[in-house]
Design a binder for this molecule. Sequence first.
Ligand code: GTP
Ligand code: MG
Length: 708
Amino acid sequence: MPRKVNYRIDYAEDYDYHDDYDYDHDLESNGEAPKEDQSVSKPGYWRCAICTYDNDNDDNLTSCDICGAVRIAPVGNSFEVKAVDDICKDPGVSVLAKSLFASLPRGKPKMAITMQRQGKFSDFQNAFNIPDSRQHINIAPFKFDRASPDDMVSAGKKSYGKDIKAKVPQFPPSKTSPVIAEKGKMKAVSNAKKYEASSSTSNKVGRLNSNDRSPISGSGVVEEDKIQATTSDFLNLKLKPSIYNQKNDVNGRKTASFDEYKPEPWMLPDQKEQTLPLLNLAIVGHVDSGKSTLSGRLLHLLGRISPKEMHKYEKESKQMGKGSFAYAWALDESSEERERGITMTVAIAHFETKKYHVVVLDSPGHKDFVPNMISGATQADAAILVVDAALGSFEAGMDGYGGGGQTKEHAQLVRSFGVDQIIVAVNKMDAVHYSEERFNFIRVRLGSFLRTCGFKESSIVWIPLSAMENQNLITTASELRLLTWYKGSNLLEAIDSFLPPVRETSKPLRMPICDVMKSLLSLGQIAVSGKLEAGAIRNGSKVLVMPYGHIATVKCIVRDSRACSIARAGDNVDVGLQGIDASIVMAKGVLCHPEYPVAVAASLELKVLILDITMPILVGSQVEFHVHHAKEAARVVKILSLIDPKTGKVSKKAPRCLTARQSAMIEVNLERAVCIEEFSKYRALGRVYLRANGKTIAVGVVTRIIHQ
Ligand code: GTP
Ligand code: MG
């Protein structure tokens, strides 16, 4: 069902594996609460169930000092204790799930998976280094003054990739249907010929669409809005168009001028096609807010998880004393995720609504996995921000770690990914007795923050729901306490109210590679997964695999476990490649049109918006640089100017440092070059994120590639 993707982020070594971990509201298989409170390690301390840190047992402590996970029953908070009791004493999942089985359509059995992940940590290190036996492998990729959680994640010895079970759709094996295979072959040959022909005659000047979402103008209405320079203002800043015409050679091949590109007719969307438009939907939010449970429940309700599968998840989760995670198990597939009860990598699943074929990107909420969240959710066209309504939990997402909970960080990030349509799913309303007052409180507080991120009020849909009790998911709520005050749409209707995303179909192919898989079945076949950000491919197309610049042929394309012949911008697919050595295909590379390669650069000029940082950014500051699925160590080498976010004009030249909520032009040098584009040319490949000490410190765009 869902496909886990490995973003090559290993787990932190010091992030202890905690076998005994359990939520204290989980039930033992006999339906009774666990006898021993596993969350308390020793008198005077409260052990965090997520990161196992022993916090002081302070009465006022509502969340973990280290990771911000909510303390389930904060001492002295009777409301919360009661709410938790409501969950604990009722084996809700079981009853609800069983009651749903009978009425739901049977899902298709899972396909057998026999794919093996390609790439170890050493490959990650080697990425972008031309293979050279004399080269020394640097084991520590980042050199920060102080080790950030991301450092530890990167340098961790535990290879998460080894444990993970790849849920990758099987590529059509060449032997299965001789007819199809033969057809495919013929097609491939003829397509390749056509491609050659069209490539060699592509001298006409093609017009490029400037087709990303229109900029958003936010309107500050509350105090918070006034003090902070808004992201929307930042996003409104005009970028100087500087289309650089590439005439460079990649491995000796001639490359064409970007302006000369003209898409072939098959690359453009076929109006006659009866398929639903695709919507890449990121599910984001603070740790434990219920993202995976919500996604799993939706998939189950929509018949994408069969009753048999659901029954299995339910049984197994109960056996492990984690009954409440039954729905989350559909997305959290690795043994480590299930044991810990947290999502670590983005899971991909599919379902259909009346209007869309939805690709669900269920993100991890824990702060240590923000890099994974970035890598997965950058593919999003729209997002559901899940917040936990329970008392103390919502507050932790907003205020944890000195104001930097993941509700805020994720909201800020998805807006900077270009997402401007968002549903706020106020989950766990059952835990607050479906209180209208609580919902309104959350709406006012979070709403003002979302406006500062650049979301328009009219583009935010607020839905009170309960994933656990199936309220307001795909039908109108049945809970009277909710019905008395909420008359709005349910989650499925809200998803259908999203405007269709605009795609870069008339630009040359760009598909950032988020994962590489090597098939065991047909040796020599390599498959990559990711979202086509621009252009199109079909069976037989020649693609340029960057950064090494080798040509491969598309052997097959799989979307939602089904083979398809064409994939266009916006599609989230697995692509089988042939004619290329597996060792030079890597996650964080990009598939390109053979004549229009992506830039590979290490020296960049950026326009950035500084987030809520406490330490100023100086010339020489070390940062982690993120773009699409790539992450690289970088250094700020120049602070060129401060920019007035309202006017977009330079307000101060060469300031000494950058502080929270300032907009600025800077120059960064990366330790190793990455596949990147100027924002004005390809938005998805020109959006960047700077992180340090486990926090996102700036979002920005590439304004100029200084050296290629
Ligand atoms: P991460 O991916 O680790 O960030 O967590 P998550 O946001 O995916 O949360 P997950 O779905 O794993 O759920 C966390 C806990 O919240 C589980 O114990 C769920 O049973 C519980 N939960 C989820 N939805 C609801 C809900 O609607 N009501 C109640 N009471 N509990 C819920
Ligand atoms: Mg999850």
